[in-house]
Design a protein around this ligand. Structure first.
Ligand code: 6R9
Length: 660
């Protein structure tokens, strides 16, 4: 049975325990429904109330929502605030001041802690350093950092100055970095000399150098280098400076720059259906509101909680649930530098025990790989760690299959902790559809119901709503405060991608979904566009195709599709036509490796195709269109049952069946 089929017949229900219902911030379905009803009755009144209650405003807003230029919605737009004030200064003079903000565990196991007060001082110091180098409100700062306290500090320091950060995941290539520097017009790069992962020292600064040497990055004035490792790295005099150099003598106080609620807090690039990644632009006020609120709602955050989101700051989950949400909510959070399998695959469970983590938030792909590890090597099974501190566990990034859900529920959550399966996107900024710990009965594999104030629906291609039980496209009928504001530098693409005419003003998420006939629960079935989801990471098929055909000495044509994969959710399967004769055996393997390495250099190792298949041609219709549905069947190893009569070259199907 396929994962999707098993999800559709899922009928186990897990209601929250009475104790949780009693103690939770939103108590029982009645509590949830009351908030939903408030939002329905007075949409702007609801969001206005929450924005006043949850954020500190330098100048209060008088307008909640301005729809005059829709779909370019504005929220709280005559209000002024600062994001770092809302994450740090807000807690000064309260009991949170001396509370641990971050417990940092390094790759090698070394632990460092900072309180809110100390973190504020570090953010101010780094903000002063940026300021001393001319960084101002509205400037773009590219951050290419490992998971460290300094990574969070760099982001918060930008926010303090009203500078717009653009974080690029440390696994992306020099080429990807260069594209993002150019698109965003960044004035500075914040990086580290090396990053430590799995006991290995990997260069970061050298990749920045490579990116800058590719040209077109003349906007960059400075590169700030955090000395994560004692090993030296090349430094260009005048341009490159170490953290130690620039922090020296900087005061630990820095007046925050108050910005308009709509002022961009950050740009984060994500994949779409073309080869060019989109710079998703987020606001300050609306974004921060939902980052903070969802900590309270989805994770029922309590003052004593130790929160751990395992995502990297290079992804949206790391932005909202490492850098902004937990700090805005005054939580103690764990920041982890390393990987889940080093020194062994019990690392997560050992860390939960070591730091008494109470709210744990990770991705299905990590869970699946740790299940496999625990099944083959019992010593890393979670049963060997004391996980009794856990009260809530979460999932994000891709659909979680019921088998992995049950394992997570039993072995990590001790059949006691609700699994909060959070469905959302880079573009939504924060959680959209997920259960609430003290309210929603859980169904494995379902993200259940929308958060209060969020109005999703399932529609057909013409925007008509589908009855429960019938699949369709997921849309949102109303805007929400933390929604994407535009695509950096490309408002037309923003409109076309998210608000296409057929959708009647609804936001099109790009995912397929179905609501259950009985409860109206949502199940997200996966992307309906050309976006792949490999280990919870978004990649465009076109992006990988463009990378392959850029190897002009070897590749004539390439088509990329996804196939289901037990571990990574989806895997990339590339069909390649070479500029030479069809290779066989060891030679084919060698070329396949060369192509994988090439893609890793063009985009990053996460984009390496798992399967590569060579053919003298691709299956095309007589009008020259690549028949992707056939490629998908071939990738899955299915028998071809589709009609191939329109195929120009049917013999090609046999050739393309072979994987390298
Ligand atoms: C937060 C994040 C977004 C895409 C999204 C969907 C998939 C994320 C999911 C999920 C099913 C969940 N997705 N969470 N699918 N259930 N709980 O992952 O953002 O990297 O932009 O990816 O991921 O397909 O459209 P992002």
């Amino acid at each position: 049975m396929s994962a999707i089929e098993s999800v559709l017949i899922e009928n186990r229900v897990f209601p929250p325990s009475e104790a949780l219902v009693k103690a939770a911030r939103i108590s029982g379905m009645a509590g949830y429904e009351a908030l939903c009803a408030e939002a329905e009755k007075d949409f702007t009144g609801f969001w206005g109330r929450l924005a006043r209650e949850n954020l500190t405003w330098d100048k209060p807003f008088t307008r909640v929502l301005d729809e005059s230029a829709k779909p370019f919605y504005k929220w709280f737009d005559d209000g002024m605030l600062n994001a770092s004030v809302n994450c740090l200064d807000r807690h000064m003079g309260t009991p949170v001041e001396n509370k641990t903000a971050i417990i940092f565990e390094a790759d090698d196991g070394a632990v460092t802690q900072v309180t809110y007060k100390q973190l504020l001082a570090r953010v101010c110091q780094f903000a002063n350093a940026l300021k001393a180098h001319g960084v101002q409100k509205g400037d773009r700062v590219l951050i290419y950092m490992p998971m460290t306290i300094e990574g969070v500090v760099a982001m918060q320091a930008c926010a303090r100055l009203g500078a717009i950060h653009s974080v690029v995941f440390g696994g992306f290539s020099a080429k990807a970095l260069q594209e993002r520097i150019i698109d965003g017009g960044a004035v500075a790069v914040v990086t580290a000399n090396y990053q430590m992962r799995g006991g290995k020292e990997l260069p970061l600064k050298a990749i920045v150098d490579e990116a800058l040497a590719m040209g077109g990055c003349e906007s960059i004035r400075n590169v700030f280098v955090y000395e994560r490792s004692a090993s030296a790295c090349p430094m260009q005099a005048g341009r490159d400076k170490t953290f130690a150099e620039v922090l020296k003598g900087q005061p630990t106080e820095c007046a925050p720059v108050s910005v308009e609620a709509e002022h961009p807090l950050y740009i984060l690039y994500t994949s779409g259906s073309t080869g060019k990644p989109k710079g998703v632009q987020h606001s300050t006020g609306g974004y921060l509101l939902q980052a903070k609120l969802t900590m309270d709602w989805s994770f029922d955050l309590q003052p004593s909680d130790v929160f751990w989101c395992t995502a990297d700051i290079g992804w949206v989950t790391g932005h909202t649930y490492c850098t902004y949400g937990p700090l805005a909510a005054g939580a103690t959070e764990i920041v982890f530098e390393g990987i889940p399998t080093f020194p062994d695959a019990g690392r997560f469970w050992q860390m939960i025990e070591r730091h008494k983590c109470s709210v744990f938030y990770t991705a299905p792909t990590a869970i699946r790989s740790l299940i496999k590890a625990a099944e083959t090597h019992d010593a890393v099974h979670p049963r060997h760690s004391n996980l009794s501190s856990l009260r809530i566990i979460g999932s994000v990034g891709e659909p979680i299959n019921p088998e992995a859900w049950m394992w997570y529920y039993k072995n990590v959550g001790g059949e006691r902790c609700p699994i909060i399966d959070t469905y959302w996107q880079t573009e939504t900024g924060a959680h959209m559809i997920n259960p609430l710990p003290g309210a929603t009965p859980l169904v494995p594999g379902s993200c259940t119901l929308p958060l209060p104030g969020i109005f999703p629906a399932i529609v057909d291609e013409t925007g008509h709503e589908m009855p429960n039980g019938t699949g369709g496209m997921l849309v949102y009928k109303k805007p929400w405060p933390s929604m994407v504001r535009t695509i950096w530098g490309d408002p037309e693409r923003f409109k076309k991608t998210y608000f296409p005419e057929e959708m009647k003003g609804y936001y099109l998420a790009g995912d397929g979904a179905v609501r259950s006939a009985d409860r109206g629960y949502f199940r997200v079935t996966g992307r309906i566009d050309d976006v792949l989801n490999v280990s919870g990471h978004r990649l465009g098929t076109m992006e990988v195709e463009s990378a392959l055909v850029a190897k002009t000495d070897l590749v004539a044509e390439a088509a990329v599709v996804a196939r289901p994969d037990e571990l990574t959710g989806e895997a990339i399967c590339a069909f390649v036509v070479l500029k030479r004769s069809l290779p066989h055996g060891a030679e084919a393997d060698k070329i396949a490796k060369e192509l994988r390495d090439w893609v890793a250099k063009e985009i990053g190792p996460i984009a390496k195709p798992k399967d590569i298949r060579f053919g003298e041609n691709l299956p095309k219709t007589r009008s020259g269109k690549i028949m992707r549905r056939l490629l998908r069947s071939l990738a899955k190893g299915e028998a071809i049952t589709q009609d191939t009569s329109t195929l120009e070259n049917p013999a090609i199907l046999d050739q393309l069946g072979q994987t390298h």
